[in-house]
Design a protein around this ligand. Structure first.
Ligand SMILES: [Mg+2]
Length: 249
């Protein structure tokens, strides 16, 4: 039995409008998720590219494709001028990453699903990434993240941290980005980019005694965010919020 699904036609205008709204908020780029099937995904990517205008847009597949479909979508992303194509294939498919990076003009990114320096060594030696995206909350905390960052830079692979989750994760990443060495260097070094999820998330918006208010800062400072300068990672969790979600086991 076939379940009746909403047509992708119903989403095209909404995706375009959402991308335009994010740029209007002051963000310097948009990122979208795909995974409805290659043909439908390309139509939605076209909508987001249009809505993003002159700003960068990125596409995250969360490894939903096998290599042939990743090439099919990746070639469309080349034409659309996407900045990066994230996790096009399974993290374990190192051959696929290498083939895609060699065969596509769009930047191939990934790494959020790798959990320690030894896995990262394999990824980097495989030469399958243009942009490395370590996730500090998954890779073993700040100490292991710093080892992975050094390893990425030792392989001349730029790093844009994967950031998703609670306000603690965002605050930690702000500190890491503030301390990240420039790679590549040059007269106008590449400025660190903060990835910021704009979907509803109480653990991001309500966890701290003083919210980070990233969206407000981005709007007020034309795409920039201020690094908190209080001790530690610069933020204080709200004990009442934590108590509300506490489980007694
Ligand atoms: Mg991702």
């Amino acid at each position: 039995m076939m379940l009746k699904q909403q047509s992708v036609d119903d989403h095209v205008a909404r995706f375009k409008d959402e991308a335009a709204a994010i740029i209007e908020m002051g963000f310097t780029a948009t990122k979208m998720k795909v995974g409805l099937g290659a043909r439908d995904d390309i139509r939605l990517c076209e909508a987001v590219a249009e809505g993003s205008g002159e700003a960068d847009f990125m596409v995250d597949a969360n490894h939903c494709y096998a290599t042939p479909d990743a090439f099919y979508v990746g070639r469309a992303l080349e034409e659309l001028g996407a900045y990066w194509f994230e996790e096009p294939v399974a993290p374990e498919d190192l051959d696929g990453y290498r083939e895609l990076r060699a065969g596509l003009r769009v930047n191939i990114s990934g790494g959020e699903a790798e959990f320690n320096r030894w896995g990262w060594r394999q990824i980097l030696e495989n030469r399958g990434l243009d942009i490395a995206q370590p996730e500090v909350c998954a890779v073993g905390g700040v100490s292991e993240y710093l080892r992975v960052l050094a390893l990425c830079h030792a392989h001349f692979t730029p790093v844009i941290n994967h950031v998703w989750g609670s306000a603690i994760a965002v605050a930690t990443n702000l500190q890491l980005l503030a301390a990240m060495p420039a790679l590549p260097g040059g007269l106008n070094p590449w400025e660190p980019l903060l990835e910021f999820d704009t979907t509803d998330n109480k653990f991001r918006d309500d966890l701290l005694t003083e919210p980070l208010n990233i969206q407000g800062q981005v709007k007020a400072q034309s795409g920039y965010v201020t690094i908190p300068d209080a001790p530690g990672i610069g933020v204080t969790p709200n004990p009442d919020f934590i108590a509300h979600y506490e489980l007694s086991l």
